[in-house]
Design a protein around this ligand. Sequence first.
Ligand SMILES: *[C@@H]1O[C@H](CO)[C@@H](O)[C@H](O)[C@H]1NC(C)=O
Length: 341
Amino acid sequence: MNRFSLASLALAFPASVNAMLRFSCSQLVLDRLDPLVQPGSIPSGHVHQIVGGNAFNATMDPSLDLPQESTCTTCTFSEDHSNYWTANLYYRSRDGSLTRVPQMANQFLEGANGGMTIYYIQPYDGSSVTAFAPGFRMLVGNPMLREESDSPDSQMSSFRCFEENFGGENGAPGTGQDTRHFPTRPCPGGIRTNLFFPTCWDGVNLDTPDHKSHVAYPVGGTFEMNAPCPDSHPVKIPQLFFEIVWDTREFNDQSDWPEDGSQPFVFSFGDTTGYGQHGDYVFGWEGDSLQRAMDDNCNVACPTLRSQDVNTANQCTIPRSVDEEIDSGLSKLPGDNPIDP
Ligand SMILES: *[C@@H]1O[C@H](CO)[C@@H](O)[C@H](O)[C@H]1NC(C)=O
């Protein structure tokens, strides 16, 4: 038994029970930039899909006032100028050529241009949380992982193979049908990936060199079980959670999959297992808006926050900084990342 049992995460849903924010953030840009791990590098190591405020760029100095610098956001709540990003996904056909896998909008939040669904979930015992502060950043996952491990880096990431219509029968994240690796069969409704960030903060550091040590998971149980935060990281923060649905439907012809029967999807950093899935967060909410939303116990809809319609959100985009082909007809992953294994 490990503490991060995915099964327990099933308690997180259905969504209607617990106070939380759940909202869509459309695609801002797809680019080979990583201001958290490789600040200033143009290009960075692998391609990301990025959502949120348009102040995103290669450097993003921690002192940057994101709500001030940013003039639009791709998120439903227009006070949210944070940035959220993950690696993007490629399909490798039998002849070895690579095509970028697009994303589709969340089933409940139609009309978004790709991107992802963002959750900020409050403690299940109804206790209060401390919202993130300006300059706060963190990372979940480890791009080097290629196998199951007891570390939260592989435990807090999951995949779901969606059936025909990605509706109710596809179930909640973290239920028994989820895996920590890519699905091994064609998924008629696409592949959903989830990333759960730590929920305990040291209360001091907005960031640390590894972008992880200032945050931690609860001890002796899960966030969903109201397990306490460790003494080293005593401050409860909202559970940040990413949900992405990859539209793999056009890649389901198994006669074009690898001859050895393995699955054909690979992350932009060369991972064909899925264990290396990771995500990045840079906080950028205006003023006290996130704290206000948490204190108001919003449940999806949140009248205390300003919202914008999805068409407006879709219009917020930025140009790519790295001029290279990233979509189709590729013989190598952008950045020449070796496909491993
Ligand atoms: C990123 O944006 C900041 C603030 O606008 C700016 O000072 C910096 O030069 C930008 N960096 C890059 C690489 O464009």
